[in-house]
Ligand binder design. Structure first.
Ligand SMILES: [Zn+2]
Ligand SMILES: [Zn+2]
Length: 344
């Protein structure tokens, strides 16, 4: 397995006395997809003018609570229901999680599932039980949808926390989709994984875990079900990969695997909190329901997003949106170093 990178040095004369400074830039390629990023960790020290106007997190968290549809006093009357042939009663609940249809769907089957009764939780305040219950209601719904519509076989699970991550609701929630076709990234990952397996006679993912475990540079930890590492060529800051040994798709996760995923996510969130993170995305990349693919294990990514503070500089500019090149200011090897203690 090759981790391709090219290093460049830029000399800048820095005011006020214009002393020379060398900045190191790494251009890296994702070993499976070829996705490109450039890493300049100096960028994290940029002056961000709008941050002078930052609002305290409490103000954003609690100022948004009145009238929230996801809070317990409104959820029964203000959120939509599924038809009875998908779930009796129109919603699925377990513990603090309640799943219901997304009012503004991306397609035929698109659900929202709350994670907590509380309107706001900081990222280190989630419990393993909350995440397990949330995953469980989403997976139960995915199985029901697939039984009703076998063509709906492509599950997606996302957790956007706080507005900088794309969340429109502050109240903790995830989204579950079951699509009749893969997302562009699902398709790319599956095609590349199949091609790798044909060419090398083994799974890219098994080899990735083995290579990273051996080198140790980006390896963070593992439990019975999955391995956790910092991506070599990230598409987001502090990008973490969670890679299962099996199964290939989300709908087949068992209780123990759900618990192991929840525990890994909790550890990442504690690590993120220690690094000053207040907003993040989690995305699960699943194979199709009903297929066991020896070349593709279920896997997920987490990335940190700008701190929620009213006005902030976006972490996504024209290079990411239009040039398809990811500008990163956190070095994966540093992220792994800082995350590792939370997996001991
Ligand atoms: Zn100006
Ligand atoms: Zn709420």
């Amino acid at each position: 397995m090759k981790f391709k990178k090219r290093t460049e040095q830029v000399q800048i004369l820095v005011p006020p006395d214009f002393t020379p400074e060398i900045q190191k830039i790494e251009h890296r390629l994702d070993p499976l997809t070829g996705s490109r990023c450039l890493i300049n960790i100096k960028r994290s020290q940029r002056a961000k003018q709008a941050e002078r106007l930052a609002r305290p997190l409490d103000e954003i968290a609690f100022g948004t609570a009145p009238g929230c549809y996801f809070c317990p006093e409104h959820i029964q009357t203000a959120t939509p229901r599924f038809p009875e042939d998908i779930c009796l009663g129109g919603r699925i609940s377990k513990g603090e999680s309640t799943l219901f249809p997304n009012l503004f769907a991306f397609g035929g089957y698109h659900a929202v599932a709350t994670i907590s009764r509380k309107h706001f939780l900081n990222i280190d305040e989630f419990t393993p039980r909350m995440i397990e219950d949330n995953l469980t209601v989403c997976i139960e719904w995915m199985r029901a949808v697939h039984r009703k519509t076998p063509r709906a076989a492509w599950p997606v699970y996302v957790w956007n926390h706080m507005p900088p991550s794309g969340a429109s609701m502050v109240h903790p929630h995830t989204q579950a989709l079951v699509r009749t076709m893969p997302t562009a990234m699902q398709e790319r990952l599956l095609k590349r994984s199949a091609a790798y397996h044909r060419r090398k006679g083994r799974s890219f993912w098994e080899e990735l875990i083995e290579t990273e475990r051996k080198s140790g540079e980006r390896f963070i930890g593992e439990n019975d079900s999955l391995a956790i590492l910092a991506s070599f060529a990230p598409r987001g800051f502090r990008e973490i990969q969670l890679i299962f040994h099996e199964p290939s798709n989300l709908a087949e996760l068992g209780e123990k695997q759900i618990a192991d995923l929840a525990s890994a996510v909790i550890s990442v969130l504690k690590g993120y909190r220690a690094m000053g993170v207040g907003s993040f995305n989690l995305n699960v990349f699943s194979g199709p329901i009903g297929q066991t693919l020896e070349y593709y294990p279920l896997n997920a990514k987490m990335i940190s997003r700008p701190y929620p503070q009213g006005v902030y500089s976006s972490d996504t500019g024209p290079f990411e949106r239009l040039q398809d090149e990811w500008v990163i200011e956190t070095l994966p090897e540093d992220v792994a170093n800082r995350m590792r203690p939370f997996f001991r």
